[in-house]
Ligand binder design. Structure first.
Ligand code: AKG
Length: 286
């Protein structure tokens, strides 16, 4: 039975292994969604770039239209068949000759209810460590996006988006109860920043935060950190994967969020007269 009540639901974070074969990746995702259903989950979350290697030279080759591509069709069907919400990690999307890193969200009827194109592209240059220029192959999205799961509002970001607290703050202002970031941090930066950022976004916004990574494949061109996790509004880690191929199932009780917002009411204590620079007019698609 699926756990969805007034106070919460069970979430699955699917830390699957991404191969070079798109059909295999999609088939794995579909099977893991089925398993999540069997385990009573209402929402399944896939990792960033779950149907293709995370490689700037390959994004265009793997890209699909949204909706209508093979991956979207499979996710829509899986959501409907299992009567679940599915956050489809991200896939390379092609639109008007441009390629985007895009997350899709499917409801239990198989409808596309939200779409988020990564807003902040991962362009970094750390000598002796990580050099990556996502903007060589991808274009950035220009909207923030939320969806409704029952009475809960959920904000979407993708990987590098998690570094930008302003974006999460806009979601908080919109009343989001949870933030979801499919992501793929690397093994150099991941150990120091992944968990810290996830816990911080949860704590500062008093919201649940889920991050979903691919499993680590040591001989791939980009080696993902893994360690998918789910954190509660206190910043408490409810579950964390290792680097291996595995899934997390956790019950989320949103009463926890109501309590912390009452007990530490920072939302109403902000001195926006002094420092609010965020204008949210027309920035968010609901
Ligand atoms: O922010 C980071 O360190 C990693 C970001 C990343 O891997 C991505 O945006 O895909």
């Amino acid at each position: 039975m699926t756990f969805l009540s007034h106070s919460g639901f069970r979430v699955a974070i699917l830390q699957l292994t991404v191969t070079a074969d798109k059909s295999t990746n999609v088939a794995i995702a579909v099977e893991r969604i089925r398993m999540a259903k069997i385990n009573g989950c209402t929402l399944a979350i896939l990792p960033e770039c779950f149907n293709a290697p995370y490689d700037t030279t390959l994004f265009r080759q793997y890209a699909e239209v949204i909706p209508g591509g093979k991956t979207c069709n499979a996710l829509s069907q899986a959501a409907k068949l299992n009567q679940m919400y599915v956050v489809g990690g991200s896939i390379p999307e092609i639109c008007d000759e441009k390629v985007y890193n895009t997350c899709t969200v499917w409801d239990p009827d198989g409808n596309l209810i939200a779409k988020h194109r990564k807003v902040h592209l991962f362009d970094v240059s750390i000598p002796g460590s990580t050099c990556f220029k996502e903007s060589d192959a991808m274009s950035a999205g220009n909207t923030l996006n939320t969806f409704q799961l029952g009475k809960f509002k959920i904000g979407l970001g993708i990987c590098y988006d998690i570094r930008f607290s302003e974006m999460a703050a806009l979601y908080r202002k919109q009343g989001c109860d949870m933030l979801i970031y499919p992501g793929a941090f690397c093994t150099e930066i991941g150990p120091l920043h992944w968990s810290l950022l996830t816990r911080f976004r949860a704590m500062e916004n008093q919201a649940f935060v889920a991050v979903a990574s691919p499993a680590r494949v040591t001989d791939s061109s980009y080696v993902a950190w893994g360690h998918s996790m789910i954190v509660d509004p206190w910043g408490k880690v409810l579950g964390e994967a290792t680097e291996k191929d595995m899934d997390l199932y956790r019950d989320l009780d949103f009463g926890v969020r109501e309590n912390i917002r009452r007990q530490i009411p920072t939302e109403y204590q902000r001195r926006t007269d002094m420092y609010d620079t965020i204008d949210m007019t027309n920035k968010i698609n609901n």
